[in-house]
Design a protein around this ligand. Structure first.
Ligand code: SF4
Length: 392
């Protein structure tokens, strides 16, 4: 699956920060918003896209409308947004166009609009098939809502659906996780993401955890749930291709693979990140500022963006390794040499040899990948590659 790094295409990310209400574990840039704000926001995102694309031709092969919950937008706003994307960018014939949706926020009309706007992939925030757990998470939907939404999307002809699932949830035991996973996999979505809950500061779960009232899952149980998911999904024909993602063959997320392969993407909307020509940008996270600035002078879009980093060769080497190792096929030595200008062993021989000896990495000849043991402590492995030990 090695990538052609010379290919001149970009990914497009659009952030829609609105949700019906905040989930108990969520620290994403998302909040409830009234219809007038949503409308104004979409208008501003459209002008941002228009200004970015003006007088140049940019080819995009993936579009990802993420959030938040983009599916809370009214159909006419989704149409407006997708019109701006299609007008601004030249989209490849096989462009993967994803929208994130929560069960219960899509009806027949919206599904039609997704289709007519060119959206061909839906990412559904399912999280669990257990209604008690869904309530505990503060989700707005039930298991039944998910099944209804899934059936509706299939009936409307969507043949590329992702389901996001979570494990290590307070109050979740192995049986509950097994049931959620089996029931979801039996529906045969093309893609399944499975994330372990992380308790983030500033969330209601964090407050409970501080008080000692959150029912925590042990590390052993967390790993048991994770390995079960990997093995079960393999048995059902899925390819576990990234630490937290599995797909039916050929249905890996093209957009997310860009993040893990250091390819370019342009982000629009509140707090959106971009990686363009070796520079990482972040858009303002302040809604008021965002709405004001883009209304005044959208042409000055570059000034709204904070430059997070102009990647040096050293940044490229580190990022290539720690994002690339998330892919279970690992990183290709040739790709590293092309990007960095050195053989990976010239830079990281000590780290690689140490971790190969510890059984955390394996050198497969043309590529280097995490072992099963390495996946379990991947944060430790990746940290080894960002130590300030070498200079280029
Ligand atoms: S729906 Fe998603 S983005 Fe919105 S609050 Fe819940 S977890 Fe956060």
């Amino acid at each position: 699956m090695t990538k052609n790094r010379n290919k001149k295409t970009t990914g497009v990310y659009v952030h829609i920060p609105f949700c019906v209400r905040k989930c108990n574990y969520c620290d994403f840039l998302s909040f409830a918003g009234d219809e007038a704000v949503k409308e104004r926001y979409v208008d501003m995102v459209c002008s941002e896209i228009e200004a970015y694309c003006r007088d140049r031709s940019i080819t995009a092969d993936t579009v990802f409308i993420g959030g938040g919950t983009p599916s809370v937008l009214k159909p006419k706003l989704i149409e407006r947004l997708m019109d701006a994307v299609r007008t601004g960018f030249s989209l490849t014939g096989d462009c993967e166009m994803t929208i994130e949706a929560n069960p219960g926020t899509v009806d027949g009309e919206k599904a039609e609009v997704f289709k007519s706007s060119g959206i061909n992939r839906i990412s559904l925030g399912v999280q669990s098939m257990d209604d008690d757990l869904l309530r505990r998470l503060g989700r707005i939907h039930s298991r039944k809502d998910f099944l209804k939404t899934y059936e509706l999307l299939r009936n409307k002809g969507f043949d590329n659906i992702n389901t996001d699932l979570m494990f290590s949830l307070p109050g979740q035991n192995f049986e509950k996780w097994k049931n959620t996973l089996e029931e979801t996999a039996d529906l045969k979505p093309e893609h399944i993401s499975f994330y372990s809950l992380i308790i983030e500061e500033g969330t209601p779960f964090y407050e409970e955890w501080k008080k000692g009232s959150l029912e925590e899952i042990s590390d052993d149980d967390d790993r048991k749930m994770y390995h079960f998911a990997s093995e079960m999904l393999n048995e059902k024909g899925y390819v576990h291709y990234e630490i937290s993602n599995a797909a039916l063959p050929g249905r890996e997320s093209k957009h997310n693979l860009k993040y893990w392969s250091m390819e370019e993407y342009a982000g629009f909307g509140l707090g959106a990140h971009s990686f363009v020509e070796g520079v990482r940008y972040e858009n303002t996270r302040d809604m008021e500022e965002y709405l004001k600035l883009y209304a005044k002078a959208p042409d000055l879009w570059k000034e709204r963006y904070n430059v997070i980093n102009r990647n040096t060769v050293k940044d490229n080497a580190e990022e290539f390794v720690f994002t690339g190792l998330r892919k279970l096929e690992g990183i290709y030595k040739d790709d590293f040499a092309k990007l960095v200008g050195n053989d990976i062993y010239d830079i990281y021989s000590k780290e690689i040899n140490k971790m190969v000896n510890e059984g955390l990495l394996k050198d497969h000849g043309s590529r280097i990948a995490l072992t099963k043991k390495g996946i379990d402590i991947s944060n430790y492995v990746m940290r080894e590659f960002i130590k300030d030990k070498w200079k280029l």
